[in-house]
Structures are given as structure tokens and as C-alpha cells.
Ligand binder design. Structure first.
Ligand SMILES: *Cc1c(COP(=O)(O)O)cnc(C)c1O
Length: 302
């Protein structure tokens, strides 16, 4: 059980570039993508206490939701295998049930890790948060442990404390922390658990279109109202939406990798890191800022 709690600290790497000198910024990447090859980045922090809870309840099967390319599905399948659970993925898109040849690499790898699938119509998938809907699955799988889409629940928020503590210990004077947002749980966990100081601001960059509705969930997860003024949700930099990769984004991803030898993923981290560079161009970062870019993973074993 030790393993769930004793975490190695992932590196904080300083980036050097002329533009940072010009603007008097210091910039680091928190390489949380290096925490685990398959249960990667934020998905590991979000799953950890859920795995422990599942074990406490003697659950045999982890049951969760996701799309065909979901990093959370990949991570849950790998975690189930590593920690001795069965796993069931309730996957959006019933057309995939009969079309194994159209399965994404994510689903193929998850299947290799032992995950079983049920493919849901888009209409059923939309019901994934409804109590009635979950109830029918609970009856069918009485020894199942349910994890919501993206792994985002209260235990996930608690699980992010370790990451927040690492960041504060490695760079106590950070003033801006950029993090990618899907459900907002990672952002909320970091807001909740990083040290509170007036000059610190967290910037969540939302990968999905029209993400303003996430603010409600994020505020609920943060809880403590005194922390509500220290973050912003950037909903302008989704680059067309969740699965979209316009050429400008691909180009940025490529040149960032060339310059800094750090691979990004197109769904989350590339959008977040590009947003940071746009903020520099638009002089949104005061001279003297100490900026951390969270690399939250998303590379699925690459
Ligand atoms: C899932 C994921 C996110 C989104 O995390 P949320 O907690 O759902 O906001 C961000 N970055 C990467 C790499 C992810 O895989």
C-alpha cells in the first residue's frame, strides 16, 4: 500500500530563451509527464486515492467512462492491470461495438491491459452523471467501483495535494502556474492545495469549446471561498475544440519540441503552453514573473 503514498518528485526544468530574458521572466516546466509511463501525469494523481478506496471496499472491477481517445481510459486500464483489478470502460459511441477495426490506439492498448468495453450511444452517454443510470450499472456490477469521466471526483482533488506540495517545494516563489483543463479537477486541486499568497495566480486553459460551465464544478471542488480570487479560466484558447488540431497548434507543438526537447500532446498541453507564449506577446505577464507550466502528461506511453 506504501506505493500509493510515497511519490517520487518529478523534475522541474527551467526553460531558457532570449524572449524570457527580454521580458524578465523565469519559466519552468513541471515534468509531471515523467511520473509513470502509462498512468501518466494528472491521471495518476486523480486515480491514486480512488484505487485505495476501491481496495478498501474490496471492489473487483474499476468501472469508468470516456471517449475513444481518452487519456483517463488509458490510465484506468493500466492502473487496473498494475493493481490487480478488472476494468470496464463505458465508451462513447455505439458504432464502435461492431467495428473493432475502427478502434483507436487508446482502446486497443486498454484492451491489451485487460479492459472490457461497453459502447454507449451518444444519448446514453449523456446520462453518465445521472443517479438512475449509474444505479442500473451498480446492480449489474455489485462489486464494481465507479470512477467518473476524467477520473474527476473528490478523491481526485485530494490526490492532487502531492503535486501541489511538490510545486511549492521546488519553486516557493512561483507567481503564475499554467495548467490544462478538461473537467477542471486538476486546476481545482492545485488551487486548493498550493500555498496561498496574494501574488500567486493559477491560469487554467480550457481545451473544450464553451467551457465556462466548468467554473461551477471548479468552485465546488475548491471549497474554501477565500481561494476563489486566485485563479482564472481561459476559455478562449481551445483552438477549435477538444479534438481539434489546427495547423498553427501543430506548428507550435513541433517548434516547442525542437527548441526545448519536450514532447507535448495536442489535446491539452500544447494548447496551454501556446497560450503562455501568446500571453508573453501580449505583455500579460509582469516583469519578474516566475512562471510554471504544468506538463500534465497525455502522451499515453509515447
Ligand atoms: C485529462 C487531462 C487533462 C485535464 O484534466 P482535468 O482534471 O480533467 O481538467 C489535462 N492534461 C492532460 C495531459 C490530461 O490527460
Amino acid at each position: 500500500m506504501e506505493h500509493f503514498f510515497s511519490e517520487k518528485t518529478t523534475p522541474l526544468i527551467e526553460l531558457k530563451a532570449p524572449v524570457f530574458n527580454e521580458k524578465h521572466l523565469r519559466v519552468w516546466v513541471k515534468r509531471d509527464d515523467l511520473n509513470h509511463p502509462l498512468i501518466q501525469g494528472n491521471k495518476w494523481h486523480k486515480l491514486r486515492l480512488n484505487l485505495l478506496q476501491a481496495q478498501k471496499h474490496s471492489a473487483s472491477t474499476l468501472i469508468t467512462f470516456g471517449g475513444a481517445y481518452s487519456n483517463h481510459i488509458a490510465a484506468t486500464a493500466a492502473a487496473a492491470k498494475e493493481f490487480g483489478f478488472k476494468s470496464l470502460g463505458l465508451i462513447r459511441g455505439d458504432e464502435l461495438a461492431e467495428n473493432k477495426e475502427n478502434w483507436s490506439p487508446t482502446l486497443e492498448q486498454a484492451a491489451l491491459n485487460g479492459m472490457q468495453f461497453e459502447f454507449l450511444s451518444r444519448r446514453d452517454y449523456r446520462r453518465r452523471h445521472e443517479a438512475d443510470f449509474i444505479h442500473t450499472y451498480r446492480q449489474r456490477y455489485p462489486d464494481g467501483y465507479f470512477i467518473p469521466e476524467g477520473g474527476s471526483n473528490d478523491l481526485a482533488i485530494e490526490g492532487l495535494q502531492i503535486l501541489a506540495q511538490q510545486i511549492d517545494a521546488q519553486c516557493p516563489d512561483w507567481s503564475r502556474l499554467y495548467c490544462s483543463v478538461g473537467t477542471g479537477a486538476t486546476l481545482a486541486g492545485l488551487i486548493r492545495h498550493t500555498a496561498y499568497r496574494a501574488n500567486k495566480q493559477l491560469i487554467g486553459v480550457c481545451s473544450i469549446k464553451q467551457g465556462d460551465y466548468l467554473i461551477h464544478d471548479i468552485r465546488r471542488w475548491i471549497g474554501d471561498a477565500t481561494k476563489h480570487n486566485r485563479w482564472i479560466l481561459d476559455t478562449e484558447h481551445h483552438f477549435g475544440g477538444y479534438a481539434k488540431q489546427p495547423p498553427e497548434l501543430q506548428q507550435f507543438m513541433h517548434s516547442f519540441q525542437q527548441e526545448f526537447s519536450i514532447e507535448l500532446d495536442p489535446v491539452y498541453t500544447a494548447k496551454t503552453f501556446k497560450t503562455f507564449f501568446e500571453d508573453i506577446e501580449q505583455n500579460r505577464l509582469p516583469a519578474g514573473s516566475q512562471v510554471i507550466l504544468l506538463h500534465s502528461g497525455g502522451l499515453q506511453g509515447k
